[in-house]
Design a protein around this ligand. Structure first.
Ligand code: AMP
Ligand code: GLY
Length: 376
């Protein structure tokens, strides 16, 4: 394959704002010829040919062969944890993302903890349990609040911050006895509660070279003024003032690099985006979670700041060759805001048309305009 003066046919898997941001950037890329998305969304439809297919690895690989896709990019974690990368690579298809073994870093929190503990990556003190009584007995002796986490994927709902022993018991009961998270809750982590600012640092990795991106911070609570239920994120911004050069270097050196190296020492080559969810404690940065994909909504505030061609980076990552690539960034700051329907995140009311998008897209993004808006 020669992608020298490339004319790529790209497939983006997923349906979020994250995938829309990736498509928006790729559409402006001179090397990209056509974008497909499965399933896509209303915004993506303006940029991509959206198709409704089940997110099942073999069916997606068949689609990629049929439509002569040069590069597939996976947005959400589930297909990665299910092994989509292995299925594509067995068929000689280029795909951006970690394979099944590497995706365990998000697919199993106990796996991630084992790697972190073995390779001295700073994280919250944690114990792993498979039995309700054992977990309860341990929790009874611990200081509150305690963080209870289902081991597997739980759609962002598997973390409970328990403020009292009653809440601890009810969280453990939900996981072990009520099986609220199914198989994902058969193992449970009990973690110390960490205090500090949360930051997301995403890095491109080709298995060897690591290219960290600019940091972002997302806002989790659904209501204004940081109130209400936790969500996957109601908005994000980049850059992040608390991430000084020193903090940035410390996250890269003490977290990102040893994790990738540690995985390699275990025979696991990490390729794709590694998302480190970090909390800046008084003892230094500590890992809250790893994700094996772009963050949503972090991507929406990181990607518009990327000056370099995204397709070149994604392609080089998928081809295990980031050697010649450096990242260039715009200095401008970027904020993304999630507008959610009433009832979100528990029972959002869906089916309403979103209007005003064309007017919003036509807005002048220059500084004068921003200050004019602020003064009103
Ligand atoms: P996770 O999916 O593990 O990132 O957890 C979701 C959210 O729960 C995080 O973004 C934090 O806000 C919070 N959280 C998770 N673990 C901890 C911890 N050990 N201490 C404090 N907050 C936590
Ligand atoms: N914003 C959190 C995530 O993408 O998991």
């Amino acid at each position: 394959m020669d992608y020298g003066g490339f004319e790529l046919r790209v497939l983006i898997i997923g349906s979020g704002g994250r995938e829309h941001a990736l498509a928006w950037k790729l559409a402006a890329d001179p090397g990209v010829n056509k974008i497909y998305s499965i399933p896509g969304n209303g915004g993506l439809r303006e940029l991509a040919d959206c198709r409704d297919l089940p997110l099942e690895p073999t069916a997606l690989a068949r689609f990629a062969v049929k439509e002569k896709i040069d590069l597939t990019i996976v947005g959400p974690e589930k297909p990665l944890v299910d092994g989509i990368v292995d299925v594509f690579e067995e068929r000689g298809l280029l795909i951006f993302g970690p394979n099944k073994a590497a995706a365990q870093l998000e697919g199993s929190k106990s796996f991630a903890k084992t790697i972190m503990n073995k390779y001295q990556v700073p994280t919250a003190r944690t114990r792993i349990f498979t039995d309700f009584e054992d977990a309860l007995k341990y929790a009874n002796g611990e200081e509150l609040p305690l963080v209870i986490k289902a081991d597997g994927l739980a759609g962002g709902k598997g973390v409970i911050i328990a403020e009292s022993q009653t809440e601890v018991e009810s969280a453990l009961r939900d996981c072990f006895l009520e099986k609220r998270f199914g198989a994902a809750g058969e193992k449970v982590l009990i973690e110390e509660f960490l205090i500090g600012q949360e930051v997301s640092l995403l890095s491109f990795c080709d298995g060897n070279k690591i290219l960290p991106m600019v940091p972002a911070q997302d806002y989790k609570r659904v209501d204004d003024d940081d109130q209400g239920l936790n969500t996957g994120g109601m908005g994000s911004y980049s850059p992040v003032p608390v991430v000084t050069e020193q903090v940035y270097a410390s996250v890269v050196d003490t977290i990102v690099k040893p994790t990738i190296k540690g995985l390699a020492a275990e025979g696991i080559i990490y390729r794709g985006v590694l998302y480190a969810g970090v909390i800046l404690t008084t003892d230094g940065p500590k890992v809250l979670e790893f994700n094996v994909r772009f963050g949503d909504p972090e991507t929406q505030s990181i990607i518009p700041r990327l000056k370099s061609d995204l397709s070149e980076i994604l392609l080089a990552t998928a081809q295990h060759d980031l050697g010649g690539i450096e990242l260039a960034w715009h200095d401008e700051k970027c904020v993304s805001i999630v507008l959610s329907s009433a009832g979100y995140p528990q029972k959002p009311q869906v089916g309403y048309e979103i209007t005003g998008l064309r007017e919003a897209a036509a807005l002048d993004r220059s500084e004068e305009h921003t200050s004019e808006l602020q003064s009103h």
